[in-house]
Write a protein that binds this ligand. Structure first.
Ligand code: NDP
Length: 238
C-alpha cells in the first residue's frame, strides 16, 4: 500500500507546524503548506523525515490549483491556516475586516477543500480536520479572555468566520459521508502563538492542541463525522 499523505495549511509555524510534525511522526508524508516558500522550507527542515514543502496561499485560487496538481492522493487535509485581525465587536468592525477574515478562514477553506477533493477521494479513509475555535461556539467558552466569553461580542469577524467554518464542516460531512469521509472541526483551546499576542501567560502549549488534530486526522471507520471537538476529545456545543 502507498504511504499515507497529509496536507496541513499554514504549517510553517504555530499549531499547524505541530500538527505536521505529529503526522510525520506517525509515518505519513506531510505536505507543509506555506504561503512563503522560505518559511515553508525552514519548517520542512525542522520537522525532518516525511515533510515536503508545498507553496499554498489559501486566498490564491491559481496557487491552490497549482498545489492540488502536485498531489495525486491525499488521506488527510488539515485546514489550519487562519487569521484574526482584531478583538472588536461587530459594531466596531468594518466590512473590510470581515471580508479579509472570511477570505482566509472561510473562503480559503472551501477553495482548498474543493481543489483537493479529487485527491482525497483516492484515499480509502479520507479525513478532513477544520481548525476552528471554541470562540465560534454561540453558547460555550472556556477561553479566559473576557473578550471571548459568550455574550461579550468581541472579535466578531474572527468568531463569526469560525462559526461559518463550523457550519461548512457539517455540510461537507453530510455531503461526503457516503464516500467514507470524516469531516470534523477542532477547538484547539487558547494557545500562545503569533495569532494571540499577549496570551503567552494564559495560552497553553500549541503542541498539546495538535494532539487533538491528530486524533481527528486518524479517526477509525466508526469514528464521528460532522462534529466539533475540543483538543482533548470533548464535544463542544455549537
Ligand atoms: P499562527 O499565526 O501562529 O499561524 C497561522 C498560520 O496560518 C501561519 O502559518 C500563517 O502563515 C498561515 N496563514 C495565514 N493566512 C494564510 C493564507 N492566506 N494562506 C496560507 N497560510 C496562511 O496562528 P495559530 O497557529 O494560533 O493558528 C492556527 C489555527 O488555529 C488558526 O486557524 C486559528 O484560527 C486557530 N486557533 C488558534 C488559537 C490560538 O489560541 N492560537 C485558538 C483557536 C483557534 P504566515 O506565517 O505566512 O503568516
Amino acid at each position: 500500500m502507498n504511504k499515507r499523505t497529509a496536507l496541513v495549511t499554514g504549517a510553517n509555524k504555530g499549531i499547524g507546524k505541530h500538527i505536521a510534525r505529529l503526522l510525520a511522526a506517525e509515518g505519513l508524508t506531510v505536505y507543509v503548506g506555506s504561503r512563503d516558500p522560505g518559511r515553508g522550507q525552514r519548517a520542512v527542515e525542522e520537522i525532518g523525515a516525511g515533510a515536503r514543502p508545498l507553496v499554498l496561499d489559501v486566498s490564491d485560487p491559481d496557487g491552490i490549483a497549482q498545489a492540488a496538481a502536485q498531489v495525486d492522493r491525499l488521506d488527510v487535509l488539515v485546514n489550519n491556516a487562519g487569521i484574526s485581525l482584531s478583538l472588536a465587536p461587530p459594531a466596531g468592525t468594518g466590512v473590510e475586516e470581515f471580508r479579509r477574515t472570511y477570505e482566509t478562514n472561510v473562503f480559503g477553506v472551501v477553495a482548498v477543500t474543493n481543489a483537493f477533493l479529487p485527491a482525497l477521494s483516492r484515499s480509502p479513509r479520507p479525513r478532513i480536520v477544520n481548525i476552528s475555535s471554541g470562540t465560534a461556539s454561540l453558547t460555550w467558552s472556556t477561553n479566559p479572555n473576557p473578550q471571548f466569553t459568550p455574550g461579550s461580542g468581541g472579535a466578531a469577524a474572527y468568531r463569526s468566520s469560525k462559526a461559518a467554518l463550523n457550519a461548512l464542516t457539517v455540510l461537507y460531512a453530510q455531503t461526503l459521508a457516503h464516500d467514507g469521509f470524516k469531516v470534523n472541526a477542532l477547538a484547539p483551546g487558547l494557545r500562545a502563538t503569533d495569532l494571540t499576542p499577549g496570551a503567552a501567560a494564559a495560552g497553553g502549549d500549541p503542541a498539546e492542541a495538535a494532539q487533538g488534530a491528530l486524533r481527528l486526522a486518524l479517526l477509525p471507520d466508526d469514528g464521528p463525522t460532522g462534529g466539533f471537538f475540543s483538543w482533548d476529545g470533548t464535544p463542544v456545543p455549537w
